[in-house]
Write a protein that binds this ligand. Structure first.
Ligand code: FAD
Length: 349
């Protein structure tokens, strides 16, 4: 028999996780599907960066924030399918949805699309044999800054993220090289100025042409570089290599029903500020939704998510309240509140 969910959320980033929490608050049966092996969306890409601009939250690392997001998102025990790519969906005559993935088929009364910038994978270094170092000292994201302490680190890439990493690693690394193909790196003005103040050693108009392993055969020991203004290739001794050459985006899912959903040429949903799209029962939230007053921030993703859930609730139950009851007065939290109060030995409440 088909197991039909009230709402299926495509994407387990901030928008998807908050949608799952809010759907639980509104007593809906929820499922989250994400192609990645872990929840958290793009926040997985910046575990060591500190987030300051989420209201009411003290400065928190990406990793810590992601854990908190997941804890909140899973509060009402949604079904979670990871490592699962949503490939397409159809709206059936009864207004419900069938969702196709690379593994199986799912059924839902409504859908919230929270797929961010699509399936994001880092651009790999285009050098023969580079992939064999991915398990040792070739990095496409930085999981722990401590690993680079006192080491010779080479950062490759001329964009925003590469500039950020070079700056962030410079007080930690023993020596730091920054190579990029352009004459000037691009990035936030202040970050580029910081980079230029040193101690990062910059190599403009330069690209990696070869990675040479050390005597153990497992780790990169030398990076061969070519520079436009220098005829002969040259080598740098390194302990760690960080490659930040941007991301590839797979937005195939949105392209299939582009006209019906209302997808712009640059691949975002031009929806309502309440999360509605061109397809009844399909709602959107987070980075993939654009509307007047949209904030492409985590705070904006949360706002979208609550709106999308309220719309989904009304879609499947037209008599339901337009908005969810605030959490402080909501009986859904009653038992947990008692436990929290007991733990804190709260005498005034
Ligand atoms: C380096 C960096 C630093 C940032 N710092 C801040 C900050 O300090 N403050 C702030 O407010 N914002 C920050 N942001 C922006 C913030 O991370 C995004 O606004 C937020 O992650 C958007 O959430 P989302 O859920 O809409 O999308 P995402 O986080 O992109 O999540 C989308 C999820 O959908 C999944 N998905 C996509 N397509 C499919 C598919 N076909 N099938 C299954 N799953 C799919 C993806 O795997 C992903 O997990 C930063 C972004 C970056 C890159």
């Amino acid at each position: 028999m088909k197991d039909v969910y009230d709402v299926t959320i495509i994407g387990g980033g901030p928008a998807g996780l908050y949608s799952a929490f809010y759907s639980g608050l509104r007593e809906m049966k929820v499922k989250i599907i994400d192609v990645q092996p872990e929840l958290g969306g793009k926040v997985r890409l910046y575990p060591e960066k500190v987030i300051w601009d989420v209201g009411g939250m003290p400065p928190t690392t990406g990793d810590e924030f992601r854990k908190q997001l997941i804890e909140q998102g899973l509060r009402f025990d949604p079904a979670v399918h990871l490592d699962t790519k949503v490939t397409s969906f159809d709206r059936l005559d009864d207004g419900s949805f069938v969702i196709y993935t690379d593994k199986d088929t799912h059924y839902s009364k409504s859908v919230i699309m929270a797929a961010g910038g699509g399936i994001i994978t880092p651009q790999k270094l285009n050098v023969t044999g580079a992939d064999r170092f991915e398990l040792t000292n070739l990095h496409y994201t930085i999981q722990a800054l401590d690993r680079f302490k006192g080491k010779k680190v080479l950062v490759s890439g001329g964009g925003n993220a590469a500039v950020d990493w070079a700056n962030e690693l410079s007080p930690i690394a023993g020596e730091i090289f920054h190579v990029y193909r352009k004459e000037e790196p691009t990035g936030h003005e202040a970050e580029v100025a910081r980079l230029k103040r040193g101690p990062v050693q910059s190599f403009p108009c330069t690209r990696i042409t070869e990675l040479k392993a050390g005597s153990d055969g497992r780790k990169i020991a030398l990076v061969v570089l070519e520079r436009d203004c220098v005829t002969e290739p040259f080598e740098l001794e390194v302990d760690e290599v960080v490659v930040s050459h941007g991301y590839e985006r797979d937005m195939e899912l949105l392209q299939q029903k582009k006209e019906e959903i209302g997808v712009s040429d640059d691949g975002v949903i031009l929806g309502g500020s309440d999360g509605t799209t061109g397809i009844p029962g399909l709602f959107a939230a987070g980075d993939l939704l654009r509307h007047d007053g949209k904030l492409n921030l985590i705070a904006g993703a949360f706002h979208d998510a609550a709106n999308a859930v309220n719309q989904a609730k009304q879609y499947i139950e037209p008599d339901a309240m337009k908005y969810g009851m605030v959490s402080s007065h909501n009986d859904r939290f009653k038992d947990w509140n008692e436990k929290i109060k007991a733990q804190r030995n709260c005498t005034i409440c």
